[in-house]
Structures are given as structure tokens and as C-alpha cells.
Design a protein around this ligand. Sequence first.
Ligand code: HEC
Ligand code: HEC
Length: 308
Amino acid sequence: MRPSEQLSKRKPASRVRAGLAVCCVFAGLHGALAAPAGEAILPLPQAARQDPAKVALGRRLFSDARLSGDKRQSCAACHNPAAAQTRTQAQPRPGMLDAPTVFNAAFNFRLYWDGRAATLEQQAGSAIENPAEMAARWADVLRTVEQDADYRRGFSAAFRDGVTRANIEQAIAAYERTLTTPGSRFDRYLRGDYGAISAAEREGYARFKQAGCVACHQGVNVGGNMYQQLGVMEAYPDRDAAARRFKVPSLRNVARTAPYLHDGSAATLEQAIGIMFRYQLGRPGSKEDQALIAQFLATLSAPPGAQP
Ligand code: HEC
Ligand code: HEC
């Protein structure tokens, strides 16, 4: 049984303790981290070094609209680098999923809302054909890339076997692994710079922990390390959503990734926090709790690449 499955059967109070255990297992995975003892949230580690030639190819592929079925939208159309790599407008159609941020996706234990992809390579492979993403065919994508002389040269230089599906997946994943944001004010605070966040933001963090948000949003990504239902303490009105398990989303850069929830149904951060209080914790959060927590969450934003 996965730790997450055990967690989802527990009541919130014990889940907080179990959550701390999970976070420490994850801390171990990510190596030596200067985390204050007992913190449920850990600073992001430095990104693993990537081959610059692969990163350059991946960056170009990521914003190349010719890779999509209709040749009109690149990965960046929905994972917009200027908006923490997410789509910021409301969902075009009911039933569509909100595009998660690609920032720090490298630190999620699985990818997609339902966690069906295990690695960034696997995700990139499926993004090409997923009707909700690129809606293309791999045969067409390979032809497009092979017919481009710059790509051909770049792939021959970066890989032994030139343009292949596996190499395209690797190049995109290498680029995505550079999109980490370890330079947030909150990371500086966790690393010991007490003044990096204000008194109100520290109070917001205290309430985030007291309320039990850390039972699910924890570890280096403040999420992204377990599955949970929506409606743990009170049945969520959307029965279809209530019946599913979601990868708990990372809250890093969350102040910049509206709209919220898997279906984009919460327009503001305060609204999303209110839903969490009611359905995940079983009590209404006060206006003050919600505002302070929103202020704390805003300290989790940073541009990619900026170092602590
Ligand atoms: C039309 C919008 C759209 C396009 C274009 C698109 N995506 Fe996505 N992306 C999504 C949506 C929606 C999801 C969530 C789908 C799901 O969970 O089933 C997603 C999920 C992801 C995730 C998972 C993040 C996580 O933490 O779970 C990654 C990584 C990703 N996309 C990368 C890409 C790449 C690489 C491309 C281009 C090859 C791409 N996307 C093209 C909309 C898009
Ligand atoms: C029982 C686990 C659990 C608890 C406790 C919990 N969350 Fe969540 N949180 C989730 C899940 C699962 C989702 C995704 C739900 C969805 O998308 O429909 C989520 C989504 C969110 C989102 C939206 C993120 C996005 O990118 O769309 C925010 C913001 C959030 N939670 C904040 C909080 C805060 C603040 C608290 C405490 C008041 C909290 N959560 C408590 C599991 C939890």
C-alpha cells in the first residue's frame, strides 16, 4: 500500500502526523536539505544539472506550434512561461481540466491530475497525442522535426541517434527540469532568513499548519507527493469530481496560477482556500484565516532559475 493510500483513510489529525512522516521520506530522497527540524515544507533543492544542448532543443520544441495537431498551439500556449507556465484564463469548456503549472513539475511524484504519467519523459510522450493537449500524431511530429534542418543539426549534436521520439521526449523533459523556482522568499525563510517574510506572512504559515493544510500540501513542492479526494470531510457537490482521486497540486507559485482546482472552477486564491477549509477540513475558515494564508502562499512565488 502506498503511504498516500494509508493517509487517505485516516482522520485529519493523524493525517498531519503521517504527513510529516511522508515529507521526511521525501526529504531523504532529495538529499541533504537544510530544513528546520519538524517543518512540513522543505526548501526546493537546486535543480539537477541538465545538458545545455538538450535544454536548448527542449525549449524550442516547447514553444513550437507545428508540433500540435492543428499546428496552432505550442506547449507554451497552455503552459505559459510568462504566467508560471500555466493557462490563466477560465476553462473554455466544462469538463476540461485546468493546465497545471510546469514550474517544479520535476519534483512531483507523478504527473497529471490523476498521476498517470510517472516521468516527465512519459508525460511529454503522451502530451503530443493527448486530445486535451497537443492533439497530434507522433508520426507527424517526427516528420516535422526531421524536416527542419536546425532541429536535425541540434539533435545530431545532442544525441547519438538524432531525431527520435525518445530523444524529443528527453529534450522536452531536460528543459522542464530547468524550470524550478528555488529562489522564493519562503525558501529563504526556511533556510534560516527569518526576516525574508513579514509577520503577517509568518502568521499565515502558522495557520496553514494549524488548520491542517500541511497534511496534504507538504514536502519540497507544498503538494505533489500524494493522492487525495476532493471532499474528504464534506461531500463535494460535483459528484463526478468527488468520485475521483487527484494528485494534490503543488502550491508553489500558486498566487500566479489562477484559475484553481482541476476544473478551473475557483477564480481566486481566496475562493480556493475557502473550498479547502470547507470540504477538506470540514469547517469554514474565517476571513482572516483565508486572507493570511493567501498572503503566506504568495511568498511561494519566484521566477525560474533565480537562486536563493
Ligand atoms: C491545450 C492546452 C495544452 C497544451 C497545448 C499542452 N498541455 Fe500540458 N497539460 C494541459 C492540461 C489540461 C493538463 C492536465 C491534463 C490531465 O491531468 O489529464 C496538462 C498537464 C501537463 C503536465 C503535468 C504537470 C503536472 O504537474 O502534473 C505537463 C508536465 C505538461 N502538461 C507538459 C506539456 C508539454 C511538454 C506540452 C507540449 C508537448 C503540453 N503540455 C501541451 C494542457 C495543455
Ligand atoms: C485532504 C487533503 C487536503 C487538505 C487538508 C488541503 N488540501 Fe488543498 N488541495 C487538495 C487537493 C486534492 C486539491 C485539488 C482539488 C481539485 O483540483 O479539485 C487541492 C487544491 C488546492 C488549491 C488549488 C491549487 C490549484 O493549483 O488549483 C489550493 C490553493 C489549496 N488546495 C490550498 C489549501 C489550503 C490553504 C488548505 C488548508 C486550509 C488545503 N489546501 C488543505 C488536498 C488538500
